[in-house]
Structure formats: C-alpha cells, structure tokens
Ligand binder design. Structure first.
Ligand SMILES: [Zn+2]
Length: 350
C-alpha cells in the first residue's frame, strides 16, 4: 500500500476520502441520493471531459446508440470519482481533515450583509481552506495544482497543525511561512436556493494560477501564498480577481466578504459563458469525429454544425446540467437525420 501523502508515515489506508468537504460536496452532488424538488443539480467542470467512443460503421440512424453510452448519472459518477478517493492518505490524517471540516461547517450559521468575521480561530479557518487546495492538488484528478514548493509548505503545515489544540508552538515555528499567506473569502449565503435550484452548484478550481482559486457552492476563495502575489493579480478567475474583498490571515480572524445574489450572479454568468465556450469547442470536435465515422472526409459542414449548436443553445435555461449530454444527443440526432439526404449526396459525390 502507498504511504499517506500527508504524514508520509502511515499506510494510506483511508477509503472514500473526500477531496472537497462532505458538507459542501453534498450540496453539489446528490450524495445522499435524495430525490425530489429540492434535489440540487450538480456540475463539475471535469465532467465536460467526455470521451465518446464510436463503434464501427455507424449509420446516422444509430446516432442515439453512439451518443447514448453515457447517461448524466454516469457522467456524475465519473465526476464524483474525482472527488471521493481511496488510499491517498491514512485514517488518522482523514480524522484531522474531518475535525477541520466540522469546525468550519459551524461558521456557516453566521451570515451578514456586510463584511463580517466568521470565526476568531483564524488559524483553523486558514488550515481548513489550505486542506482543500492541498487535497485537490495532491490527488491530482482536478484542475488545481499547487507548485511543488507550495505543496510542500502546505503539507508541512497541515501535518503539524492540530485542530482544536493549542498551536502556539506550531505558530511560532511556522510564522515565516504563515506570515506570507493571506486569502479572501467571498460568500453568497444560500445563493442557489435563492436564485434557481434547478441550476445547482459549481465546483471550479483554477488551473495553474496564483493566487490559487476555488469556487465551491456559495463560496469563492482566493489564496495568496506570498505577500508579493497580492500586488500581481495575475490570474483571471471569473472577475473575482477584480474584487477588493477583505483579506484574512492566520491571526486576524477570518473575514468574509458577502456578495448579494446579483453580485454573485454576475460572476456565475462569467462561469456559464466560459463553460459554454468549452462545451461548444468540445461538441465541434465530437461532431467532426462523428462525421468521419459515418463515412465522410474532413469536417462536418459548418451549416449543419451551426444548426445543431443553435438548436442546443436556443433555450437559455438549458445552460445548467440539462444542457449537457442528452440535449446534445437529441439535437445531433434530429439535425443529422434532417440532413440525411444531403449527407448521402456528399458521400456519393466523392
Ligand atoms: Zn497520514
């Protein structure tokens, strides 16, 4: 068995470990299998990474079979598999993460319309957020990757920190590292419940960026590992990088910058636009592969691609999960069948 990635001592014997805390994850994914109107619809950006496998000699009539091999449930299961992992760390380190989570989940009860302090245990709050980006990076199945140096730093901090205990010695020892780290937390309490439960929540983690950024459910968090990064504002993260939210560090209390439904919604619109672009690019690729598979050369004629995409995007409300797989199959099937005769002629012509 591998060694635990956190303590690097014990066997990595923990299974079903959450990369993102359960109390946030359960809002994103329907992990309790609850059915009904309150069921939140999920989306995780890696779920877009759909690999379609084409069988041999596919006819347009069989499009449904070609695309129908992954249901939304299966896509969700794949996304879940990147967020619930086995044998990455040990049970005792998992206990530490669980303690951090149960501590932080209590701060959700506090909410205000103006900037507020969520907890005076600022070291605990910082460790909570660091534990998430470390887990995402260390398990390597999602976007966010810490630099090797930062991963080492954060591993050391998490390994020696003891939740709920006196950490004076720890703070003294690690103050040169802790002093440099600051972060911003934006929160729009119950955003999705208020705005549109049909759309569900997002988990996004920025790729190769400083500050490190994650957006999970109603939180967006930017983490600066160096004071000098505060000046740089290098990375774009759905306009959160342009906000001037309250900074927190390990000894100032955790300050939350609340965002109204409208404000948070303006960032969500950027996320939706971004995902739409990614999806459309991916769909173009799939359509061209399909086109060749059904016996043509080159790319699917632009007017047919355009028609499929226009049909898919005609309904703005479909931008949530419903806009994904099944709609694509349906639109492609309809449009390709409609152009069946034209496509036959293209085939005969060459
Ligand atoms: Zn361990």
């Amino acid at each position: 068995m591998n060694r635990c990635k956190l303590c690097v001592t014990n066997d990595a014997d923990d299974t079903g470990s959450h990369v993102v805390p359960h109390f946030l994850l359960k809002r994103i994914f329907n992990v309790e299998n609850a059915k009904g109107r309150d069921q939140e619809i999920s989306f995780k950006i890696s779920a877009l990474d759909v690999q379609m496998s084409f069988g041999r000699s596919v006819q347009p009539e069989k499009l449904e079979e070609v695309f129908g091999d992954l249901s939304d449930e299966e896509l969700e299961a794949r996304a879940m598999a990147d967020l619930v992992v086995d044998n990455e760390w040990c049970k005792s380190c998992e206990k530490k993460f669980a303690d951090l989570e149960s501590f932080y989940s209590k701060t959700l009860a506090v909410e205000k319309e103006t900037e507020y302090q969520s907890t005076d245990d600022s070291l605990g709050a910082l460790m909570f957020w660091l534990s998430i980006i470390w887990r995402i990076s260390a398990t390597g199945k999602n976007n966010l990757r810490l630099s090797a140096k930062d991963e080492r730093k954060i591993r050391n901090l998490l390994n020696e920190y003891e939740p709920g205990k006196n950490n004076d010695e720890f703070t003294k020892k690690w103050s040169p590292v802790l002093d440099e780290i600051s972060y911003q937390v934006y929160r729009s309490p119950d955003y999705y419940k208020k705005i549109d439960p049909e759309h569900g929540t997002f988990l996004l983690d920025g790729k190769n960026m400083q500050p490190y950024a994650i957006m999970v459910d109603e939180f967006a968090v930017l983490i600066y590992m160096k004071k000098s990064h505060l000046k740089l504002k290098l990375a774009a993260f759905f306009d959160f990088e342009n906000l001037d939210g309250a900074l927190s560090n390990f000894d100032s209390g955790e300050n939350i910058t609340p965002l109204s439904v409208e404000e948070y919604g303006s960032h969500i619109s950027k996320v939706v636009e971004y995902m739409k672009d990614i999806k459309l690019d991916r769909y173009r690729g799939i359509l061209n592969r399909l086109y060749r598979k059904i016996g043509h050369q080159g790319n699917m004629p632009e007017h047919i691609v355009g028609e499929i995409i226009a049909q898919m995007t005609s309904d703005e409300r479909k931008l949530g999960r419903k806009y994904t797989h099944e709609d694509f199959v349906k639109c492609t099937t309809e449009v390709v069948l409609k152009h069946h005769v034209e496509l036959r002629q293209i085939n005969r012509g060459r």
